[in-house]
Every structure is written in C-alpha cells, then in structure tokens.
Design a protein around this ligand. Structure first.
Ligand code: SF4
Length: 370
C-alpha cells in the first residue's frame, strides 16, 4: 500500500465508523451490509475507534448503569441434547456434575446471595431439552413463586424448549418476567453445533414466551468456529425477535466436548464483536456472560468500553468466574454504577432492561416466531 493510500485509509475508516455511529445515536438502524463492514475491521487502531463508538452508544442509550445477573443451576448434566460447546450434554464425557431438579433451599440461597450483591436477576437454569406440562412444571412454578416472595432480585428462568402455549402461560402466571433462551448462533451455523433440535425450534419457543407476555433474554456463544458473517446474522436475528437482554458468551473449551480443541478468539475480536452488537442493538442490555475471564483476562473491563451494559456475575453453570466483589470493584473503578435501585420486582411492565416502553412485546414482534 502506498503512503497516499495509507493516508486515505487513516481518515476514511474512522470517518465511516463515525458516520454509522452517529446514525445509530440518531435512532437509525445499521443495515446488515453496514454491520458487516464493522465486523470486517482488522486494524487495531480502527477496532479501538469502533470500541469508543460502542462506548458512546452505550452511554447515550443506557447511561452508566450496569445490569447484573446471576444464575443457579437447578438441574445439572445428563442433557439429551448435543450442543457441541456444552459440558452438560449426555453425549460427551466431561466430568461435569449431574443432579436432578434441586430442592427449594439452594435456590433460596442463590436468591439471598444475589440480593446481598445488588444483582438485578437470578436465573433458574436447567440442563434438559425442555419443559412440558406435569409435576416438573409445577415444581418450577413453585421455585419462581418462592424466589419472587423473597424480595429484591427478579427470578428469571432458562429451562430449554417450550412446545406449547400453555407452558409459557403457566410460567407467566407464576410470576416469571424474563426467560433466557439463546439463539446461540446464526441459523446457517446452528446445525454445525447442534443436531438434536433446530434454530426454528428455538424461535418457536420464543414465540410462545412473547405471546405469554414474558420478556426475552436471548443471545449466543461466539468462538465456536463460526464466521464474522454468522455473528452478524445472530445479532440481526436478535434484533428481529426483539430480545430485551442479549447475553454474549465466549466459548470456554471443555475437555470431552467436540470443541475442546477449538482455538480461542483473540480478545480484540471479542471486543469488536461486542461493539458491533452495540451498533446493531443500541438500546438492548448487552450482557457479557460465560467465558469472559478465560478469554479476555486483563481486558475484561474493556467490554464496557466496547458497549456492554450488563454482566453475568457469580459462577457460571459449570465453570468458575472471578469473585463478585472483584466485578463490583471493577465497575466502580470504571465510573459505572452496578446499583439497580430503580428496579421494582413487582413492576411487571419492566423486565429491568431499562426500556420501560420499548421492551414490551409488540404485536409485530410476536408474529416473527409464532
Ligand atoms: S446447551 Fe442446554 S440444551 Fe444444549 S446440551 Fe447444554 S444443557 Fe442441553
């Protein structure tokens, strides 16, 4: 490249990022093609320019509040599904713990700990294909009611596929406000990491939940061998389903799974992906979830500069995270506010994502997946 070409690039690329960033700040959407331009950035200086715009967009739409979530693994291991990243699949020998649906006490303890740490929501997570009508649904509804009665922290759930409207309605009646159900990756890449259910099955589940009036927490996992185009298409699908909270997990390769030897994504590629998600989903809670400690190491705090507005704290389902106190200190050091004092656990019109009007399911979004 000649010196003149270098000079032209130096001014053109930051100007293009700024043009797209300004449009997002003005309330416009980036197109898939425009988002792909951002995903394609390679130069470290350009990526840092993108991150600073991710930060600016986050601050514009979300202020300095950071939404904290934690999870409690209510049923572990021996899952019938074969998601290639997951240590809880019965298809793989991983040494991950296995136990049946837990008693009320551990769930109550997780709720109390979350309350103590000012965590917005605690998700009840189960490793199984999905939830059907029957005694297990009764138990799940009991746990949700108990957590709700406990106080400050909002009970969420992530309980796999739902195959009927009745199940979603029962969860809503029990007081569930937000359900976690990741799309995981693009529709194109999905069959490469799971063959026991489909992307369409996941969209159908989301359709039932939205129809029941439950907010959607849905994101994915990056670093499984998908392309940048797949990551872009995942974000576009999440925009289409109008997910309120968008967890971004980064693959933590587990021995015994098919992805055990997968090369990690470089930290800058991860941060760039977070920033691109912020451009595509400017008003949503973009939550950094599993895999951040092992993949980002000392760069963890940069996820907020890239545009993240939420953080999964406490231990993950089968892997360890850094202590909550350390995360809280990191947020304060960055001038961010982890206190979610405005969240009213009884206000069913707000899932806590900070978008009191726009996060309510719309008729148009209900038709996307039903
Ligand atoms: S990701 Fe969920 S559905 Fe897939 S194997 Fe793991 S526990 Fe089962």
């Amino acid at each position: 490249m000649s010196a003149a070409e270098v000079d032209a690039n130096v001014s053109e690329i930051p100007a293009r990022i700024a043009e797209l960033g300004q449009r997002v700040l003005n309330g416009e959407q980036v197109t898939r093609e425009e988002a792909l331009e951002l995903f394609a950035l390679e130069d470290s200086a350009d990526i840092h320019t993108l991150l600073s715009w991710g930060n600016r967009i986050r601050e514009h739409f979300k202020g300095n509040k950071i939404h904290l979530c934690s999870i409690v693994n209510a049923k572990a291991g021996a899952c019938s599904e074969n998601c290639s990243f997951c240590s809880q699949s019965a298809a793989y020998q991983t040494g991950s713990p296995r136990y049946g649906f837990v008693d009320p006490e551990p769930v109550a303890e997780a709720g109390e700990e979350a309350n103590r740490n000012g965590v917005t929501a605690v998700g009840l997570v189960a490793a199984w294909r999905g939830l059907k009508e029957g005694p297990m649904l009764d138990e799940v509804c009991d746990r949700i009611r108990e957590m709700k009665d406990q106080g400050q922290t909002r009970p969420d759930a992530s309980l796999g596929l739902i195959e009927s409207q009745e199940v979603a309605n029962r969860l809503k009646e029990a007081g569930l406000e937000c359900y976690g159900h990741n799309l995981e990756s693009s529709e194109r890449f999905f069959p490469e990491h799971c063959t026991t259910h489909t992307f369409e099955d996941r969209l159908r589940t989301i359709g039932f939940l939205k129809k029941a009036g439950i907010k959607i927490c849905s994101g994915g996992i990056i670093g499984m061998g998908e392309t940048r185009e797949d990551r872009c298409d995942l974000a576009m699908s999440l925009r289409e389903i109008d997910a309120s909270v968008v967890p971004v997990n980064i693959l933590n390769p587990i021995e015994g799974t098919p992805l055990a030897e997968q090369d990690p994504l470089p930290p800058l590629e991860i941060l760039k992906t977070v920033a691109c998600f912020r451009f595509i989903l400017p008003r949503k809670e973009i939550m950094i979830a599993g895999g951040r400690t092992v993949n980002l190491r000392d760069l963890q705090c940069m996820v907020f500069q890239a545009g993240a507005s939420a953080l999964m704290v406490g231990n993950y389902l089968t892997t360890l995270n850094q202590p909550v106190e350390k995360d809280l200190q990191m947020l304060r050091d960055l001038g961010l506010d982890p206190d979610w004092t405005e969240f009213d656990p009884n206000d069913t019109g707000d899932c806590g994502c900070g978008e009191k009007e726009s996060c309510a399911p719309t008729e148009a979004s209900e038709t996307v997946t039903a």
